[in-house]
Design a protein around this ligand. Structure first.
Ligand code: CA
Ligand code: CA
Ligand code: CA
Length: 328
């Protein structure tokens, strides 16, 4: 009886939505949302807005610069930006990026005044960050979306009307980051060092896109470009993969002191006009540990028992655990 009342109410709301011409909304898995065709183009069109849940992988400001500057007039420079990736759980082997930008007005296809003033953009950032989520938290994101260079991203469709806001809700704090999946360059590249592309997203870059992965025992092809936002090439001796550095303080202030070969943990990304290639590994920060290029959160996700993060799990970690055993 109760459920039939609920469904009558739901039907009523749905009809009201149709009458008012409101957007359709569907809760989807990351796997459904990121589906592609043979050319790599996104195929999801079942609703105007989506609701997605998953685990936050990064701090937004370690990835893109949120600093608002509405004096920029140069085309394609969108000034303040905010971006998180969140990863599906269980069988939902996929992930999604959520993006906000300040100045849409200098994009050629958006009408003038499409962007935010500094004050408006800071208000947007405060609204999004009010949920106080961190890497490892479970969130729910609701919003419109657009495809961009190989991914379907939740965003405002470059429209600052508040009806195009997306929302981020904190569902559970401290669930924990997923353990990075170990991937070899052989799983990402074919014998000619070209990207493996599977439109069913069961292997290659698509399978790992927007998820936390680890690549072991690699060297830099050329490490001279080290610095914020730089792109470096790594190799296993035969195959190669670009690593995109973020803007964490360890990348700004620190230097490349990695002893080769080293491991890399990061978010598998695609940002490419070639929708069947252009994958890269996104590493937002580095703490100077000398053997693993990764943010601290991602190193911790890789070896949660290493409580002092010195690379080994031993009695020191056990003693630290014991000291706090059952304490409030
Ligand atoms: Ca893709
Ligand atoms: Ca908005
Ligand atoms: Ca340790």
């Amino acid at each position: 009886m109760k459920s039939s009342i609920v469904s009558v109410v739901a039907l009523g709301l749905a009809l009201a939505g149709i009458v008012r011409g409101g957007p359709s909304v569907a809760q989807v898995s990351h796997t459904e949302f990121q589906a592609v065709d043979q050319t790599g183009e996104q195929t999801y069109k079942a609703s105007d807005k989506v609701i997605l849940e998953g685990i936050v992988l990064n701090n937004p400001s370690d990835m893109l610069d949120p600093t608002a500057d509405d004096t920029i007039t140069e085309t394609f420079n969108i000034s303040g930006q905010w971006q998180i990736y969140f990863q599906g759980e269980g069988d939902d082997h996929a992930g999604t990026a959520v993006w906000l930008g300040q100045l849409y007005s200098n994009l050629p296809w958006v009408e003038p005044d499409g962007g935010y003033s500094n004050e408006e953009f800071i208000a947007e950032l405060n609204r999004l960050n009010a949920a106080q989520f961190s890497p490892g938290d479970r969130i729910r994101v609701t919003g419109y979306f657009l495809s961009y260079k190989g991914k379907l991203n939740i965003n405002e469709q470059h429209n600052k009307d508040p009806d195009h806001d997306f929302t981020v809700e904190l569902l559970e704090r401290g669930v924990g980051l997923p353990r990075p999946e170990v991937v070899t360059l052989d799983e990402l590249k074919d014998d000619s060092d070209s990207f493996i592309f599977d439109p069913n997203r069961q292997r290659g870059g698509e399978y790992h896109q927007a998820r936390l992965i680890k690549i072991e025992d690699v060297n830099f092809v050329d490490a001279n470009d080290w610095g914020p936002n730089a792109e470096l090439m790594i190799t296993d001796g035969t195959k190669t993969l670009p690593v995109k550095l973020g803007r964490g303080n360890g990348i700004y202030a620190g230097s490349n002191n990695l002893t080769e070969p080293f491991d890399v943990i990061g978010i598998m990304d695609q940002e490419s006009f070639d929708l069947t290639g252009g994958y890269r590994l996104y590493v937002m920060n580095y703490d100077g540990n000398g053997s693993i290029l990764a943010t601290r959160e991602h190193r911790m996700a890789n070896k949660p028992g290493d409580t002092n993060m010195n690379g080994v799990v031993d009695f020191v970690d056990l003693a630290r655990l014991g000291e706090d055993w059952l304490k409030d």
